[in-house]
Write a protein that binds this ligand. Structure first.
Ligand code: ATP
Ligand code: MG
Length: 740
């Protein structure tokens, strides 16, 4: 009868059937913690202990919430409705709407996005006469968020905590910011939790309501809760009579959000806060094959201060392939290798949605996205935008479009005031009017208005500088074309992004995602290297963007390691395991074991996502803009137990090493205050020139354009008719002969 219980091992069953009282499941990856939670949910309902609305279940992502809802429905055999199931924030938002008046809001309050938040904070800072140049608003926003993560309202922040910012004014500003939010009937993201905790603390009647209402509480990924979330859980769970029906599942080895205020110590506090709690350990991993498990366990053993857990294979087909380690020449080869492997798996009838490429940082998706597009393999970027859809990439491409095509009004409009040049709505509409009346492009209208003196002051200065930069860029491009100096567009684009102030804008931005955006911009410039002209690149981008509509469920998953928590796939690709990428450069710069241990946990999360196969790769060279830098394999690779991994050779790497081709050791970031690089300093990637040409009629493969037939050849250049991209003239050392 009890089929759903039969699908559990004895420990899991214990965790499901110990329904009353506090319970902590502490167990390694893939041991069925989430399965326990879902089954427990169903068990509570099926055994008549509570109705669906009386269980509070917290997941880490909305995706996980959806999955849990589906799984509970499946176990129940009917749609599960009226559930209190979701992320901390979603649940809190729902609760807060019912009690908003207690914190001075009405129930239809708005939830501000980060832009609105910052704008509001800046206004408050101005009232306090804080110099936002010296004390940038995003920095203070971060401090306020951290306070909120810790459950600290302005009143609870002690003066001792408030010394760093603006001479101790942060607390004051925080208080006024909260008051402004209330006046606007608005809450920011952090408020959702903070307000609810305040209400539960201050209003015993409300708390008592929830104590009656929620009979059971379930919490997934408990290791990544921060203090305010912990307080919220504890308030809701601890009833006045001392009882608490709360079940938390977690794994200290998978704590990867300390940068967002998560406190792994919450696990240790559980037994203290909930005396008499049952502790269940699960030790059989049902997800991964034995070698994958052994590799992951061997890696995480390098961390100190673990709670210590045993993990053993629980599957009977646990033989399996070793974890593969591929050393490749550069990131292009890495993407090619992963693409080939995916095609091979496809031929073996493996489902694309069972494959995932997990990267450390968002910029890494670009090479894979382009490769997958070239190969015609559908993919989705989970939890984020595709590379060319990201805001900073669209902005930078708008700059390039204006450079390439001064009459591109849409692009120009996007960038005319990014970064801010004081071009207000009035000025912009005057420009539009002029452009319309005279039938000239907007850029031309700007020039006219600069000439006739109708633009004044800062706007004039700034637009003048922008137009000069654009003109200089265009001149550099045409000179290099006329004098046949080779591709100049990379240096020109760098110059443009620098001197227009666009890069500077993100450097000054103190918001947490600014470094990521700068990384993406660097990656964009790197992408230019494969094209001979700016026009060629822009055309490529529009092709890539068009490819958007390959809908359908069958897609390869691309996501960050952080986003992959709790998920599983048959095949997992883990690229970029190099010092400075993973572990990240920031972690290395900060030094210290703490950051490194968190990176190592992230690596552990990565490997343990794989059911059947995991392929780790590292490139010997990374391009930093147009320069090359040699890179060292990640220390995490050395830490994998050798008996469970297998080195995969790379033909190209071997070839390059045989030739002893020295990469260019650059390693400096040109997006710094340095002068823009000139064409002379630009180096072709250290790829060998092919001996002898490729004859017309040969079928070839180009990294960007895919397969095609050579129609003509002339000093290092080939005319190729590509199957997908049409007719193109390309450099022959970007082309490889391909089988028919
Ligand atoms: P993570 O730490 O990564 O979140 P987890 O501990 O939550 O992992 P689950 O995702 O619940 O683990 O389970 C991992 C896989 O093992 C799932 O595919 C699940 O269906 C399967 N599984 C769990 N328990 C059993 C079992 N007793 N028998 C067979 N398969 C199981
Ligand atoms: Mg899980």
């Amino acid at each position: 009868m009890d089929t759903y219980l039969d699908r559990l091992n004895p420990e899991q069953r214990l965790a499901v059937e110990t329904v009353d009282g506090p319970l902590l499941v502490l167990a390694g990856a893939g041991t069925g913690k989430t399965r326990v939670l879902t089954t427990r949910f169903a068990h509570i309902l099926l055994s008549g202990r509570a109705s669906p609305g009386q269980v509070l279940a917290v997941t880490f992502t909305n995706k996980a919430a959806r999955e849990m809802r589906e799984r509970v429905s499946a176990l129940l055999g009917r749609p599960a409705e009226g559930l209190w199931l979701g992320t901390f924030h979603a649940l809190c938002a729902r609760m807060l709407r019912r009690h908003a008046e207690y914190v001075g809001l009405s129930s239809n309050f708005t939830i501000l996005d980060t832009d609105d938040q910052l704008r509001l904070l800046k206004q408050v800072m101005e009232l306090h006469r804080i110099d936002t140049k010296r004390w940038p608003a995003p920095g203070l926003m971060g401090a306020i968020q951290r306070w909120k993560d810790r459950g600290l309202t302005p009143e609870r922040v002690t003066p001792a905590e408030d010394t760093e910012f603006a001479g101790g004014k942060a607390r004051l500003v925080y208080g006024d910011y909260q008051r402004r939010l209330a006046e606007l009937n608005a809450a920011d993201f952090g408020d959702l939790m903070l307000h609810m905790v305040e209400i539960l603390r201050a209003r015993p009647d409300v708390l008592a309501q929830y104590h009656r209402f929620f009979r059971y509480m379930l919490v997934d990924e408990y290791q990544d809760t921060n203090t305010v979330q912990y307080l919220w859980l504890r308030l809701l769970a601890q009833r006045p009579d001392g009882s608490a029906n709360i079940c938390c599942v977690g794994d200290d080895d998978q704590s990867i959000y300390s940068w967002r205020g998560a406190e792994v110590e919450n696990i240790l506090r559980f037994e203290k806060d909930f005396p008499g709690a049952t502790l269940v350990k699960l030790e059989s991993n049902y997800r991964s094959t034995a070698p994958i498990l052994a590799a992951a366990s061997g890696l995480i053993a390098h961390n100190d201060g673990r709670l210590g857990k045993t993990l053993r294979p629980g599957r009977n087909d646990a033989e399996g392939e070793k974890v593969m380690i591929a050393s490749v020449w550069d990131s292009d080869e890495e993407a090619r290798m992963v693409g080939e492997r995916i095609e091979q798996l496809q031929r073996e009838k493996q489902s694309l949605s069972e494959m995932a490429i997990l990267v450390r940082a968002g910029f890494q998706t670009r090479a894979f996205e382009e490769r997958l597009i070239t190969l015609g393999i559908p993919y989705r970027v989970v939890g984020g935008l595709r590379f060319y859809e990201r805001q900073e990439i669209r902005d930078a491409i708008a700059y390039m479009r204006v450079l390439n095509q001064p009459s591109d009004d849409l692009a120009f409009e996007r960038i005319i005031n990014v970064p801010r040049r004081g071009v207000g709505d009035v000025a912009l509409s005057a420009l539009h009017t002029l452009a319309r009346e005279e039938r000239i492009p907007l850029t031309m209208a700007v020039l006219r208005k600069l000439q006739d003196g109708s633009l004044k002051g800062r706007v004039r200065e700034q637009l003048n500088a922008l137009m000069e930069t654009l003109a200089r860029g265009r001149e550099m491009l045409s000179r290099s074309a006329a004098e046949d100096l080779g591709p100049a567009h990379i240096g020109v684009v760098e110059m443009l992004l620098e001197e227009s102030g666009y890069v500077e804008m993100w450097k000054k931005d103190k918001s947490p995602d600014a470094p990521t955006r700068l990384d993406n911009l660097k990656e964009l410039v790197r992408a230019l290297v494969d094209f001979e002209t700016l026009g060629g690149f822009l055309e490529h981008v529009s092709l890539v963007m068009e490819n958007d509509e390959n809908a359908g469920a069958e897609r390869v998953n691309l996501m960050t390691l952080h986003g992959a928590k709790g998920l599983e796939f048959d095949s997992v690709f883990l690229p970029g395991w190099e010092e400075g990428v993973f572990p990240s450069q920031r972690t290395l710069d900060e030094g210290g074991e703490k950051g490194l241990e968190e990176e190592r946990r992230l690596a552990y999360v990565g490997i343990t996502r794989a059911r059947k196969r995991a392929l780790i790769s590292h490139a010997a060279n990374r391009r930093i803009y147009a320069n090359w830098q040699s890179s060292i394999p990640s220390r995490f690779i050395d830490e994998l137990p050798p008996e469970h991994v297998e080195q995969m050779g790379s033909a190209a790497l071997a070839r390059e090493q045989m030739r002893n081709a020295p990469p260019v050791f650059g390693g400096q970031f040109p997006l710094s205050a340095r002068r823009p690089r000139t064409i002379e300093a630009w180096e072709q990637p250290a790829r060998p020139k092919r001996e002898g040409g490729i004859a017309p009629g040969t079928r070839v493969f180009h990294q960007k354009f895919g397969y095609g037939i050579v129609e003509g050849a002339e000093d290092g250049k080939l005319d190729v008719r590509f199957e997908k991209a049409g007719f193109k003239r390309v450099l022959d050392n970007f082309v490889e002969p391909a089988g028919a």
